[in-house]
Design a binder for this molecule. Structure first.
Ligand code: NAD
Length: 262
């Protein structure tokens, strides 16, 4: 059976478990015919990622911590040794101290600011620089963002600033890599029940708020985000670059909550 991604292969970064957005994307890409490698953060995550990868017919998993240059050097060397070329890279990685995903933004510490921006934004630039030379026939780089980048979302705090920086990085990378036929885009889903999502104070309320008020009256599913990723990595998305594509059931168009919820 041939699918939209048959003959393409790529690296999925950021599967922690079967609720991860990266996992939804991996599943959809595998169903579309892609061959996948996975990176994971340390041994404990590796144990969870291996059976998931195997369930999609892959045994190619590589340890990569994006805060550690040596780990990225080793990981990409391992990737290149087995696959000299790739067609896409999915970056679904973010982190901020849970203590600062609560309370007031004004209390953001210098230490957590640096860590959050490093893991959640700089890592995209770093891995793009490593992956681009492997995309000999062009390719696609995808990351994940959230509308807290442009609209204040209580408790999202420094992650909002990190996502604003990430979205800007998407545009600059798209411009740098466009001449090589490499497209760079971000998918912006509404809130989803994942490990990272649960770290944000009041996550349940945010989830309900979007579920009750989004024009589609539901939150994004892993399948919906996966479908968008397949579109972007396939020929169908061949001229889309530097874009932030919202998969939030239309929530971003609202000026106020639905009257029935007031
Ligand atoms: P998740 O917890 O399943 O995934 C986050 C991943 O980041 C994990 O796999 C973790 O191992 C990885 N990570 C963190 N620090 C790392 C490091 N130093 N090195 C390597 N990997 C590291 O949660 P998720 O919600 O699937 O998050 C994926 C992406 O989606 C993130 O960028 C997140 O901000 C974004 N996003 C999430 C939501 C949501 O509501 N969950 C909404 C919009 C965007």
């Amino acid at each position: 059976m041939t699918g939209q991604l048959t003959g393409k292969r790529g690296l999925i970064m950021g599967v922690a478990n079967d609720r991860s957005i990266a996992w939804g994307i991996a599943r959809a890409m595998a169903e579309a015919g892609a061959e996948l490698a996975f990176s994971y953060q340390g041994e404990a995550f590796g144990k969870r990622v291996m059976p998931l990868a195997q369930s999609l017919g892959s045994d190619f998993i590589v340890d990569m911590d994006v805060t550690d240059d040596a780990s990225l050097d080793r990981g990409f060397a391992e990737l290149r040794e087995k696959w000299p070329t790739i067609d896409f890279l999915v970056h679904a990685i973010a982190f901020s101290s849970k203590d600062e995903l609560a309370g007031r933004f004004i209390n953001t510490s210098r230490e957590n600011f640096k860590l959050s921006l490093d893991i959640s934004c700089y890592s995209l630039i770093d891995v793009s620089r490593r992956a681009a030379p492997m995309m000999k026939d062009g390719g696609t780089i995808l990351t994940l963002t959230y509308q807290g980048s442009t609209r204040v979302t209580p408790y999202y705090n420094v992650m909002g600033v990190a996502k604003a920086a990430l979205e800007s990085a998407v545009r600059y990378l798209a411009n740098d890599l466009g001449p090589d036929g490499i497209r760079v885009n971000a998918i912006s889903p509404g809130p989803m029940k994942t490990l990272a999502g649960a770290a944000i104070s009041g996550a349940r309320k945010t989830f309900r708020q979007t579920e009750y008020n989004a024009p589609m009256r539901s939150n994004a599913t892993l399948e919906a985000v996966g479908g968008t990723a397949v579109y972007l990595a396939s020929g169908a998305g061949a001229f889309t670059s530097g874009e932030i594509i919202r998969v939030d059931g239309g929530y971003h168009v609202l000026g106020m909550p639905q009257p029935e919820n007031l």
